[in-house]
Design a protein around this ligand. Structure first.
Ligand code: HEM
Length: 163
């Protein structure tokens, strides 16, 4: 392999994933090279949001707490009781971390792929969000920070409800 080619390859590998560095120019023009992780919204106007949520450890605690609530709520329980909860919580931590511009990579599937065939309805969607809000309130996450997160999550309903 010629040196410039090797250089280009190394530069591409070392570059941040295009999907996570939104809105950035693609680093490569070859359409056969796809980002490793699906595109997620990234909140770029609040640099300290990740710290406000307690960084990775805070997000782990949030997912532990909210999963208990989702399993207790009759509108969300049927979806979560049979799921691999540890894996799901880990993917949620990664996902929220990426959305808050934290130093993480999301390794799960797209929202469309992971909710396909579940037939989630609006009531279950809002129940899930409500339980998340209870968790965030219990942890004293400021409302402004909560709203930032929820505003980023809300458009995902298109890929989740009724699929
Ligand atoms: C904004 C709202 C939501 C977000 C951000 C979200 C996020 C996620 C993420 C990151 C995963 C992991 C994907 C993977 O492991 O590859 C997942 C899976 C899952 N979600 Fe959601 N979700 C949302 C709404 C819902 C709702 C409303 C329900 C049901 C009431 C639900 C039920 C599930 C279940 C059961 C799984 C596990 C699927 C499996 O392991 O096969 N989600 N979700």
């Amino acid at each position: 392999m010629r040196t410039p080619t090797l250089f280009l390859l190394l530069a591409v590998l070392a570059a941040p994933l295009p999907a996570l560095a939104a809105p950035a120019e693609p680093t490569v023009s070859d359409p056969s090279i796809k980002p490793k992780a699906p595109t997620l919204p990234v909140i770029t106007d609040d640099e300290s949001l990740y710290q406000t949520f307690g960084e990775r450890e805070g997000l782990v605690q949030i997912m532990d707490d909210v999963m208990v609530r989702w399993l207790a709520n009759p509108r969300t329980r049927p979806f979560f009781e049979g799921a691999d909860q540890a894996r799901l919580k880990n993917h949620l931590v990664e996902q929220f971390c990426v959305i808050m511009k934290g130093p993480c990579t999301y390794t799960g599937r797209t929202m469309a792929e992971s909710h396909m065939g579940m037939n989630v309805n609006e009531g279950s969607f809002y129940a899930l969000v409500e339980e998340l809000q209870k968790t965030l309130n219990a942890r004293n996450v400021p409302f402004r920070a909560q709203n930032r997160l929820l505003a980023a999550l809300a458009p995902m309903h298109r890929d989740i409800i009724g699929k």
